[in-house]
Ligand binder design. Structure first.
Ligand code: AMP
Length: 352
């Protein structure tokens, strides 16, 4: 199957080619034609399936007609975290290189000034986290009445983070006639309820069983007898023994352990960085960038960072701790084996 048959505009098709994509992933092949026909879409897909392009490519094609007006975004993409929002922006900038469209990011932890300036100039695509969007709305800096397409991405993550009341408020602020694209990796009852309430006659597109892992990832569980010192020694053993280790993410359950494991690996001479929810935006972005540019090869992270990282080819994921729930496991190891590539995941299990 080729991208040419999906109804995307020529400019977008050119950008897709320039990105090096030769064929659409299953979610793209299924969702894009429906989005182009302005249908509401309910997509069950996790990160790593190519779902971002499944909504951004048709949005860019649809936006070619028309112009943005000051403070009235034409489309809105809601993301649960700043990292995810920044990655969607990065993807959009790449896919819209042949178009004159304004993309703006409205996220916490950065200055209001610059964001307001962009909004004033007129925005075709606004990518926002719910809290910052409502904040701007309450300050009278943004009008939602021009939104033609709204995307709610990672809805189950929004639920975990307590954003559902915010999402409900936002849904009521945008015109009833908008097109809504709704994505979630899983479909717990609360999410189903939200989808029923805010989508109109949606097409359901599902690419993998909810909470399932990709076949391209080889998964290992390894035993460690004790906590702490022993586990860190086991982790080093796994890193040393890993075949074709290009780069890896090490997940810990608690931020305290992120710091300990980071310091330990650093002391042992590994090229390593750390990422957790409490870091400010500047240091998170800086750490992510050095990892993406292969200036460090290991990244110790907590789950807050797990959903957001868009690093195309992480070769290994190490679960320093067994995650608290199955979904976190799926999301953690989903950082490797993306878009059809192979990946390896290890999990250290303590046996008392
Ligand atoms: P996502 O699920 O949107 O986070 O995408 C996962 C990764 O797959 C990203 O690094 C994308 O750049 C990449 N990707 C998206 N679509 C394609 C495609 N059709 N072919 C190859 N890679 C893709």
């Amino acid at each position: 199957m080729s991208f040419d048959t999906l109804g995307l505009s020529d400019k977008v098709l050119e950008a897709v080619k320039a990105s090096g994509y030769t064929e659409p992933t299953p979610i793209q092949a299924e969702a894009i034609p429906h989005v182009m026909q302005r249908r509401d879409v309910l997509g069950i897909a996790q990160t790593g399936t190519g779902k971002t392009a499944s909504f951004t490519l048709p949005m860019l094609s649809l936006l070619e007609k028309g112009r943005a007006r000051a403070r009235m975004p034409r489309t809105l993409i809601l993301e649960p975290t700043r990292e995810l929002a920044a990655q969607v922006e990065e993807n959009l900038n790449r896919y819209s290189e042949n178009q004159k469209l304004n993309v703006a990011l409205l996220i916490g932890g950065t200055s209001f000034e610059d964001q307001f300036k962009k909004l004033d100039r007129g925005v075709d695509i606004l990518i926002a986290t719910p809290g910052r969007l409502l904040d701007c709305f309450e300050r009278g800096k943004i009008l939602m009445t021009g939104v033609e397409v709204m995307v709610i991405d990672e809805a189950d993550r929004m639920l975990d983070m307590g954003f559902i009341p915010d999402i409900e408020r936002i849904c009521k602020m945008v015109p009833f006639t908008r097109q809504t694209l709704f994505f979630s990796a899983t479909m717990p009852p609360e999410i189903e309820g939200l989808a029923n309430k805010f989508l109109q006659n949606p097409v359901m597109v599902s690419v993998a069983k909810a909470s399932s892992t990709s076949d391209t990832i080889t998964q290992h569980a390894v035993a460690s007898e004790y906590q702490d010192y022993d586990k860190r020694a086991k982790l080093r053993e796994l890193i040393e023994g890993a075949v074709d280790l290009k780069n890896g993410i090490i997940f810990c359950n608690r931020k305290k352990d992120v710091a300990t494991v980071y310091r330990s690996l650093d002391r042992h001479g590994y090229s390593v960085g750390a990422l957790h929810g409490d870091m400010d935006q500047t240091s998170r972005t800086a750490t992510l960038n050095v990892f993406r540019d292969n200036k460090i090869s290991l990244l110790v992270a907590s789950d807050v960072a797990a959903r957001g990282l868009d690093i195309p080819d992480v070769s290994h994921v190490f679960n320093f701790d067994v995650p608290v729930n199955a979904e976190d496991y799926v999301h953690r190891i989903g950082r490797t084996g993306r878009a059809g590539r192979t990946g390896v995941a290890y999990m250290i299990v303590v046996s008392y």
